[in-house]
Ligand binder design. Structure first.
Ligand code: BG6
Length: 520
């Protein structure tokens, strides 16, 4: 370690001294034969195990309909790690100890007998914490959430209790409801059998390092925070673009569309973190209070405003990286005349002192030219004298870009003189890259989220009022689109940055999208 690195080490500010410890217990995954388990949950648990971050003792039980011997399930999981995990490797020396923790329990979600069977299995675990500290992960179809929780309660596995030596918690995957009314209903159903404190609603974006860093970046650096308001900021662009189409998820996507799949959760969460006020403490409730306050100050869109503030799109045949891509309507399990949006761009306004009048542009879509997520805070241009008077729009306004993924980093754009005898300016970039600074450590979002849920820390999960506030924002948009045929202008070529109308949305206020660039 050189001297500069040593000084940086000394300056590390540790904030997790009060972090709750992860107690021994059992994780029960409902819907264990689904994609999420094999692609995300088990790889995350395996990495936590290898990094000695799982409690000891610890067990994983997979609950699903199909009959399967433990050995077969373990083999499937191992293949999943090799195929989908961030390391794509299973250590032959460590695997047996991990595999031993994993058990399969076959049962129908609607069958009370299956929960008795689960109870029996848990009772066979010698340690009391393994039998009573339980984390139930609901990775089932959303229509089964309430039913599973009710059965868990009736079978005595889930006690409604907010304190005690042992505790049971529920993790609920998205989508949480399909509109405000269904989310409220689900909240009511779940809170019949568990306190809000026991419910962990997942949005995996909150588990991403770069998303967590938004608050650290804003509130631990006075130079940026002073500029983070309507006096200095012209507008903000949040882009989550994906180059993949819907692939095999057509059935789900036909019900969801980009608005429910991405905007209601991931984009609004990022928006809330970028624009919320500083919380009074770093505790879960303080942070979540500020997020809810922010979501509630987003100006509701009236039906008559939707067509000028929100753009939808659907991809048609095109090419990405030279490879032909089919139209959404030709994807598996998609109706040939589907009206479902695969792209959304929206202009939202926040009615509070900090942001009044500053447009926040949100954009997400499938089959776009590349997969990248960015927040771009675009500052106001300089006054129209000196350089700006002569260069006009060529004098780039300053911007901070938080690159959330991939090639995680933060860059600041400003203008600099091109060296030489002539007087010429051009934008230059100051860049911080996670990889260059901290090495290639990029844990999967689910690693962090599972650990937090096991520890009982709700900071990175969505509270009841938060999920409801988010539906309140998107519901009017969905209602305005419902039944409306897509017009020619709403289709976009796979491999393009969305329909033309998305550009017009910004042009109406003199703005242009800054598309994420591939960073090599
Ligand atoms: C999921 C959506 O929540 O997020 C998917 O259902 C989307 O449609 C995915 O592809 C994007 O997540 P990430 O982590 O790859 O950006």
């Amino acid at each position: 370690m050189d001297q500069a690195e040593h000084l940086d080490e000394l300056l590390i500010c540790r904030l997790d001294f009060a972090h709750k410890t992860v107690e021994p217990g059992t994780l029960v995954i409902f819907g264990a034969s689904g994609d999420l388990t094999v692609r995300k949950l088990i790889p995350a648990l395996y990495h936590l195990f290898v990094a000695n971050q799982l409690p000891d003792p610890f067990r994983i039980v997979g609950f699903a309909r199909r009959p399967k011997p433990d050995a077969d399930w373990r083999e499937e999981l191992k293949e999943g790690i090799e195929k989908f995990s961030r390391t794509k490797k299973v250590d032959p020396e460590k695997w047996p100890a991990f595999a031993e923790k994993v058990t399969y329990c076959q049962g129908e979600f609607s069958d009370p007998g299956a929960y008795q069977k689960l109870e029996k299995l848990l009772s066979s675990f010698g340690n009391e914490a393994l039998r009573r500290n339980l984390l139930f992960y609901l990775s089932t179809s959303p229509s089964q959430f309430a039913e599973v929780v009710e059965h868990l309660h009736e079978s005595g596995l889930l006690a409604k209790a907010d304190s005690g030596k042992f505790c049971q918690r529920i993790v609920v995957e998205k989508p949480f409801g399909h509109d405000l009314a269904s989310a409220q209903k689900l909240n009511q159903e779940l809170t019949r059998f568990a306190y809000e404190k026991q419910i962990y609603r997942i949005d995996h974006y909150l588990g991403k390092e770069t998303v967590q860093n938004i608050l650290m970046f804003r509130f631990s650096n006075s130079i940026f925070e002073q500029l983070w308001n309507r006096q200095a900021v012209d507008h903000v662009q949040i882009t989550v673009s994906e180059s993949l189409g819907v692939g095999s998820r057509g059935g789900y996507y036909e019900e969801a569309g980009a608005l429910r799949d991405m905007v209601q959760n991931h984009l609004l969460q990022v928006l809330a973190l970028v624009s919320m006020e500083p919380p009074v403490t770093l505790e879960a409730e303080a942070i979540r209070d500020e997020k809810v306050k922010l979501l509630k100050s987003i100006r509701p869109l009236l039906a008559s405003q939707i067509s000028s503030a929100v753009v939808r799109g659907q991809y048609i045949e095109g090419k990405i990286d030279g490879q032909p891509r089919i139209a959404y309507r030709r994807e598996q399990k998609v109706a040939p005349n589907s009206k479902v949006e695969t792209f959304v761009a929206a202009r939202l306004l926040i009615d509070n002192w900090r942001w009044s009048g500053v447009p926040f542009y949100l954009r997400t879509g499938k089959s776009l030219p590349l997969s990248a997520s960015e927040v771009r805070v675009q500052f106001r241009p300089t006054p129209n004298v000196l350089f700006a008077a002569q260069c006009g729009p060529k004098l780039d306004a300053n911007a901070i870009t938080l690159r959330l993924q991939p090639n995680e980093g933060i860059s600041l754009r400003f203008n600099g003189k091109i060296p030489g005898t002539s007087l010429q300016l051009r934008p230059v970039r100051m860049h911080f890259s996670y990889d260059a600074e901290f090495g290639a450590y990029t844990p999967e979002a689910y690693e962090r989220l599972l650990l937090e849920a096991l520890a009982g820390d709700a900071t990175l999960f969505i509270r009841r009022d938060e999920v409801e506030a988010a539906w309140t924002i998107v519901d009017p948009i969905r209602e305005a689109w419902s039944g409306l045929e897509l017009t020619e202008k709403e289709f976009y070529l796979a491999g393009s940055w969305g329909p033309k109308a998305a550009d017009e949305l910004l042009a109406a206020r003199g703005h242009t999208w800054r598309n994420p660039q591939p960073i090599t």
